[in-house]
Write a protein that binds this ligand. Sequence first.
Ligand code: AMP
Ligand code: MG
Length: 312
Amino acid sequence: MSIIRPTQEALEEAAKTIRSGGVVVMPTETVYGLACSALKKKAVTRVFEIKGRPMDNPLIVHLADVSQLGLVASSWPKEAELLADRFWPGPLTMVLPRKDSVPLETTGGLDTVAVRVPSHPIALDLIRMADCPVAAPSANLFMGLSPTRPDMIDPAIQVDVDITLDGGPCEVGLESTVVDLTGDHPRILRPGGVTRAQIQAVIGQPLGQFPPNSVRKSPGMHRRHYAPDVPVELVKSVTKKAAGLVFGEPANSLQVRMPQDARGYGALLYSAMQKIEQGGAKKIFVESPPETPEWEAVNDRLTKASAEKSGS
Ligand code: AMP
Ligand code: MG
């Protein structure tokens, strides 16, 4: 299927497609998503098949606004309201107790559900028009780079979906921050567009971290993830002849100069890696960004992209 402009007509068609169990590639402010009704087992199963994602990896459910929370979550703590108030619509996902109406296929068999309200106007319009909670994992093949521009969407994904909507480049460019609110203390399962410090400031307590050896499954927790097909290595500085991401002046056509700020860097990361890979590089070297808190999400993705393939 071709990529189409999100006219009113196209949005209506896409909403109808989702309502009737189809799959649509939709832009969000984080990355492009494979959108379907979160309440339809068959549609959700098709999304897993298209991505080649193991069925025990839960999907994030997208809502049009916070008033829809009761459609998918059976309860939520006060912190959820505070966080929704401050960060929705936006790149923050909360894990809450699942309501029975959400099929276990959507949540990877878990009794919890991950929810967020995206801020991209096309995503919001589409979810509102589809009139149902929308599951939307990133529109990439399992473990690959998430598309942050329409031209990054793999043709193998495009042929399998019903409609692809063009929403331009994604503003955040990294996946949402995932916060688990089902335990004794809120904890971050995946760093992302909203920083740890921003969340802590709202809930007034320090956030725990996901224990690396926990048995609880989460796709973002795979050691290798968010990765191009070629190996990635983090280095102090990239040599003149090598391909990679640099902060200074690029020394060859397979080097990309990255922004010095974490937000700007995150927005370009995946498209820069794809550009270098498509340019024919056999390996991507990455000049290590600072280790400071605002770089947590970028460093998380770089660490996962540079993990050995056998470790995934
Ligand atoms: P993706 O849809 O590829 O952006 O990834 C979904 C992310 O949401 C994963 O990284 C998981 O960590 C997280 N997730 C989704 N649902 C749950 C859940 N019920 N419990 C814990 N984590 C979840
Ligand atoms: Mg993904």
